[in-house]
Design a protein. Structure first.
Length: 250
């Protein structure tokens, strides 16, 4: 029987949550996200990062895309997360290209088509009604602008949840393992993502399974957005033998 979605807290509000999250090893997935985002991004323009957390991804993008003339406006609903983000951004001396703001992704205080690209990593599973997230994202990105959203994919079984937690959080402390497990239960399936994307009117994009535990929504900046969203048949849930050796969480 397929797992039903079980919501987790929408906001990581406490200092403990923020510090625990920031201490988890997301280095590999953050680098992968940043590099793919830069491939899809315009070489110049303004990018909105929805749910930036502790701003590790905007920092990584600035470090990797040194020849790009971009700025990143990074938002989050957690004041505790943003406190850590300000520390991280300040330590890297990136206060000019990266700005931070306390904002609810479900009610973005921005004009229509204000941004040249919108990115978001591991946020959708926190949102009780993802239609609000996708609708607001579609509203604030310009026509033909870049889109890159990546999140966890809800496993098909409890056994698969256990395998993913063991593989990607086996070396973490019990509290961090619980956070990861809860996130897997709160994640969406690819068919669910495809339906939200379609309902939001997002065109010229594709929804793909990008790892054994992630889905991605991608649209390269400056492409024709008149076509319908491209979807793909969902890949089969990999068995235990198909899971790669343990590395960073995410």
């Amino acid at each position: 029987m397929a797992l039903t979605r079980t919501l987790e807290p929408e906001v990581m509000e406490t200092e403990k949550d923020a510090l625990e999250y920031d201490s988890m090893d997301f280095s590999e997935v953050n680098l992968s996200f940043a590099l793919r985002a830069l491939e899809l991004a315009p070489t110049t323009g303004r990018i909105l990062d929805i749910g930036t957390g502790t701003a590790r991804i905007p920092i990584e993008m600035m470090q990797q895309g040194k020849n790009n003339n971009i700025t990143i406006h990074a938002i989050d609903l957690s004041a505790a997360m943003l406190d850590v983000a300000r520390k991280n951004v300040g330590e890297k001396r990136m206060n000019t290209p990266i700005t931070l703001q306390l904002v609810d992704a479900k009610q973005l205080p921005f004009m229509e088509e204000e941004f040249d690209m919108v990115i978001s990593n591991s946020v959708v599973h926190h949102v009780p009604d993802p239609s609000t997230f996708f609708g607001e994202m579609a509203r604030v990105v310009r026509k033909g602008g870049g889109i890159f959203v990546r999140d966890l994919m809800r496993p098909a079984s409890l056994a698969m949840v256990d395998h993913l937690v063991h593989t990607y959080a086996g070396d973490s402390n019990p509290y961090q393992q619980k956070l990861y497990r809860d996130s897997l239960h709160a994640a969406l399936t690819i068919p669910e993502v495809e339906e939200y994307v379609k309902s939001a009117g997002i065109r010229g994009a594709r929804v793909v399974q990008s790892s054994d535990r992630h889905w991605s929504l991608e649209r390269k900046a400056n492409v024709d957005d008149s076509s319908r969203v491209t979807t793909r048949s969902q890949m089969q849930d990999p068995g235990p033998s198909a899971i790669p050796a343990r590395h960073s969480i995410g």
